[in-house]
Write a protein that binds this ligand. Structure first.
Ligand code: NG1
Ligand code: ZN
Length: 549
């Protein structure tokens, strides 16, 4: 039939590389960009099928985030704006690995039948496509569009260069019937920023707030977009470096949130003149955010304010608003009042000191395996769920039920009262921070307002708690899938004996902790360790790595 003929014709333009096995990991498909065109083309077909199946807009993003500029990747944003349903991952893998057009078409036909996908029927579909600034993105975008367009009645809408979180946001909001241009995205952030600024109590700050913020854009899409966004933000004094413009350096090369967080050193473009200033760093596709500062002149290492500390700051802010709202005397007895559940979601990579700190404040802290999809899903179980990975990926999710409650509350409460202001702050925060996925741009703006609300310098924020010394190392192994973990990745099931060996090493140190897991995005096994001194933790990580390799 016609559909088959179209697919055969277009698939022949994108032959797969020989002898490469692709796998849809925690961040979609990633590889050296020169071998990706068939996979991206096929991901376009997949996205189109997903759109027909769900009757909704689906997103497709071309990026390899913090990885080398010569790498690229592709991932699908599902109709709700989050990661693609895990049920479709095996099909994604089969599609990417089909060795010829005939197999490919058979796979598509079988899956369409199994999933009742109405090819060429009454249903039409749409896929929204975005890419980061990688040079290979342009050709891969064409491959993706051809994939989408080879499914009858599905249109491909090319949004050009976007941050990953912008694309997720657009998919989520378009499927809620809203307008989703980049201007709409920027407006939503800047409007809720202004609302929050107006809700800051006057004259409470003990010291004048230093508005100056330096941002490392990783020479990627985030720096460029922040330049646009900051024009709408009065009161913030943002200076973007490593914007990716000519002569500023290469994408992710000794710059960016991944580099700063893992290596703990100053990114290029920052120097001794910046000692003591508040600095932030985005990753290559702007879905990660960390802060840092140079403690003193001449020191090479930085003081890192990682995702855990961003999480702690935001959790304090949210908790404070809930505390103001939960004023027993004034709390109405109306039927819509209910105990609001706040949940904090972390992974095993969270610094132990952050977990202790949050628990001491009485917060509920839960753990999931690494990977945004797990954290996001868990956070969505709460009225307000805050999740962050130590590497700076995270957001705050507000449930529909809670937001309805909040809106009713705001109507009900005395105008201008402290309680009404607390409710308004929560509502503004929910509009500011990306509800689809972790977003360094909206996250950065929220952090900036919260610091002002608290009246805190970056030094004060940093001193919330003292990080335990930690170390991460990668171990190259023949087959990383030989390492199998359980219990949110904190213990090893296989190979047998490895966990016992780790336990013996850990027991030698005070406050020792270590775990190993196979990476979902790189061909390595990762080792993470904590102990009470840097020297001890380096030794611990080293010995554990030797047990792995
Ligand atoms: P892997 O490679 O599975 O460790 C890395 C990050 C994750 C997550 C994904 C997706 C670490 C230790 N791991 O996953 O947290 O961000 O990339 O980009 O930072
Ligand atoms: Zn990223």
């Amino acid at each position: 039939d016609r559909q088959r003929a179209i697919l055969i014709k277009s698939a022949s333009l994108f032959p797969p590389p020989l002898g490469v096995k692709f796998s849809y990991g925690t961040a979609g498909f990633r590889a050296e960009s020169s071998i990706l065109s068939s996979t991206v083309f096929r991901s376009g077909i997949l996205a189109a099928m997903r759109s027909l199946k769900t009757g909704s807009l689906i997103g497709l993003m071309i990026t390899a985030s913090h990885n080398h500029v010569s790498d690229n990747g592709v991932k699908i944003a599902d109709f709700h704006g989050g990661m693609m349903t895990q049920d479709w991952e095996p099909f994604a893998n089969d599609l990417a690995n089909a060795s010829n057009s005939k197999d490919l078409i058979e796979l598509i036909a079988d899956f369409a039948k199994k999933e009742n996908i109405p090819f060429g029927g009454s249903q039409s579909g749409e896929v929204l496509l975005g890419r980061d600034t990688r040079p290979s993105g342009e050709a891969l975008m064409e491959a993706a569009k051809q994939g989408v367009r080879s499914v009858i009645d599905v249109v491909a809408t090319d949004m050009g260069i976007l941050t990953t979180p912008q694309l997720h946001w657009m998919v989520q909001n378009r499927n809620r019937g809203l307008r989703v241009t980049e201007f709409d995205y920027f407006s939503q952030i800047s409007n809720s920023f202004r609302n929050l600024m107006e809700l800051i109590p006057r004259g409470t700050s003990p010291e004048p707030f230093d508005a100056k913020l330096l941002v490392d854009g990783a020479n990627g899409v985030g720096g460029e977009k922040l330049e646009g966004l900051k024009k709408l933000l009065k009161d913030l004094d943002i200076h973007v470096r490593n914007t990716g413009k000519e002569g500023e350096g290469n994408l992710n090369e000794r710059v960016g949130a991944d580099y700063v967080q893992k290596e703990r050193v100053v990114p290029l473009g920052f120097g001794p003149n910046d000692v003591g200033l508040r600095c932030a760093s985005l990753d290559g596709d702007a879905d990660r955010l960390v802060y840092f500062l140079f403690p003193s002149e001449g020191s090479k290492s930085i003081d890192l304010i990682d995702g855990d500390k961003i999480l702690s700051l935001l959790a304090l802010f949210i908790n404070e608003q809930l505390r103001i709202l939960d004023n027993k005397e004034k709390m109405g007895t109306s039927e819509y009042d209910y105990p609001v559940k706040l949940g904090i979601v972390q992974t095993a990579y969270a610094n132990g000191a952050s977990t202790d700190y949050l628990k001491e404040l009485g917060m509920e802290v839960v753990f999931t395996p690494t990977g945004v999809k797990y954290l996001h899903e868990k956070a969505a179980e709460y009225d307000i769920g805050i999740y962050f990975e130590a590497n700076g990926h995270g957001t705050i999710l507000f449930s529909e039920k809670f937001l309805k409650w909040l809106e009713a509350k705001i109507q009900d409460l005395a105008a201008g009262s402290e309680m009404q202001k607390a409710a308004q702050r929560l509502l503004a925060a929910s509009n500011l921070i990306n509800q689809a996925t972790g977003d360094s741009l909206s996250g950065l703006i929220l952090v900036e307002v919260v610091l002002r609300y608290m009246g805190w310098s970056i030094q004060r924020w940093k001193s919330l708690y003292q990080d335990l010394p930690s170390r991460q190392v990668k171990v190259k192994v023949v087959d990383r899938t030989a390492v199998v973990t359980t219990n949110a990745e904190t213990s090893v099931l296989r190979p047998l004996g490895l966990q016992e060996a780790i336990n013996l090493e850990v027991a030698k140190y005070s406050r020792g902790r270590a775990f190993v897991r196979p990476s979902g995005t790189e061909d390595v096994v990762r080792v993470y360790a904590e102990a009470s001194t840097q020297q001890e933790v380096d030794a611990l990580a080293q010995t554990v790595a030797e047990h792995v390799g």
